[in-house]
Ligand binder design. Structure first.
Ligand SMILES: *Cc1c(COP(=O)(O)O)cnc(C)c1O
Length: 377
């Protein structure tokens, strides 16, 4: 289509569950959501709120005021702060994906800068950058523990091949590999000059309980991203938020669409925060399940699994190094035929922690497959 930008022709649309529909019932262990829907009493409260309080002919609150107040209170409480984070330091997005795109628009658009990531990591940074014509450069994590080659990262900043690196995107803990940033990596990020934005994506904070949010109080070039899509069980309603200095937050507010978050989603996020303790009560089960799944996967032949601080585990076929993508693709296909979805990404398999029954089925199916492989795939 000649009216389309020529570089768009190279891009593929994002697919959440590649390969299309599966037979039901299906265990969805490929998108890292909570396995538990919102409790039915909260759904009822939300439905009543919808019926009585939301006039659908009117635009929603475009400033997200009450929601930002509650988010700020939660961020302070959960981060051990004394109220230092103000509502004015929060921007709310239609999922944190929207905020990632807004950050790119506010920093790199028009050839002004490129982004730096450490692979394997969340694919959306690069995908969204590409849709905006923003260049992305990447270092590869060390194969043993997925730590960064900091000298390589520094070299990309000191001697850029294209536009200067304007944004570094990190996930804490990382997806798909599951580790939090190391002290060395944090120190390196802290050493970056003020004209580079550091984006710390804490989508899995509720599982790790580790946050760098206090950094934004001292560093105007840091921003933290969080989401309601994972531990808070609201993926369907698309609510994410950014916490940053007033400079970053003002920029995000400038570039976002006016009524970016539907009234229903705003109400749901507020409800989730009001009942946070109730909703997050399942996290201890998820952590226990993750740790026993980690132990069990570690016993499987031809497979190596890494410790994780999130609600998913990452594994690769052993010995790593040989081309294994076609084996991994075959594993994903075989599990899918049996009703378990997992994700093939970054040269390995990412498995979301589900309910105990889902995890057991995953384990049995993967064990069957791996036992059928030759000793060295
Ligand atoms: C799931 C996830 C998100 C959440 O995206 P939403 O758009 O808020 O649903 C953000 N970052 C990472 C690394 C994720 O894994």
């Amino acid at each position: 289509m000649s009216f389309l930008r020529s570089d768009l022709a190279q891009l593929q649309a994002y697919v959440s569950h590649p390969g299309g529909p599966t037979k039901t019932p299906v265990d969805i262990l490929d998108t890292n959501e909570s396995p538990y829907d919102l409790p039915v009493d909260l759904k009822k409260t939300l439905a009543e709120h919808y019926q009585n309080q939301i006039a659908t002919n009117r635009y929603p609150d475009g400033g997200h005021g009450p929601l930002k107040e509650r988010i700020a209170a939660y961020v302070n409480r959960s981060g051990g702060l004394q109220g230092e984070i103000q509502a004015a330091q929060i921007s709310v997005g239609n999922g944190s994906d929207e905020l990632i795109r807004s950050l790119l628009i506010a920093t790199c658009l028009g050839g002004e800068g490129s982004i730096l990531v450490a692979d394997p990591t969340f694919s959306m940074y690069r995908i969204l950058a590409q849709t905006l014509g923003v260049a992305a450069v990447a270092i590869t994590r060390k194969p043993d523990d997925f730590s960064w080659d900091l000298a390589a990262a520094q070299a990309m900043i000191d001697k850029p091949e294209g536009p200067p690196v304007r944004v570094v995107f990190v996930v804490h803990p990382n997806s798909p590999t599951g580790q939090c940033l190391t002290p060395q990596e944090i120190a390196w990020l802290q050493s970056l000059p003020a004209d580079i934005l550091v984006v710390v994506d804490e989508a899995y904070f509720e599982f790790s309980q580790k946050t760098l949010v206090a950094e934004v109080l001292q560093r105007p070039n840091w921003v933290i991203l969080r989401t309601f899509s994972k531990a808070f069980r609201l993926a369907a309603l698309r609510v994410g938020y950014a916490i940053g200095s007033s400079a970053v937050i003002e920029a995000l507010e400038k570039v976002r669409l006016p009524y970016n978050l539907p009234g229903f989603s705003q109400a749901a996020a507020q409800l989730a925060l009001d009942h946070g303790d109730h909703l997050l009560a399942t996290l201890s089960e998820t952590r226990q399940e993750r740790d026993s799944l980690y132990q069990a996967l570690g016993q499987l032949p031809n497979f190596r699994v890494w410790p994780s601080e999130a609600n998913f585990l990452y594994g690769r076929l052993e010995p790593w190094g040989a081309p294994q993508d076609h084996h991994l693709g075959a594993i994903v296909e075989s599990l899918k035929e049996q009703g378990t979805l997992i994700r093939h990404t970054g040269g390995g398999l990412r498995i979301s922690v589900g309910t105990p029954a889902e995890n057991q089925r995953l384990l049995d199916r993967l064990a069957d497959y791996l036992r059928s492989l030759p000793e060295h795939p």
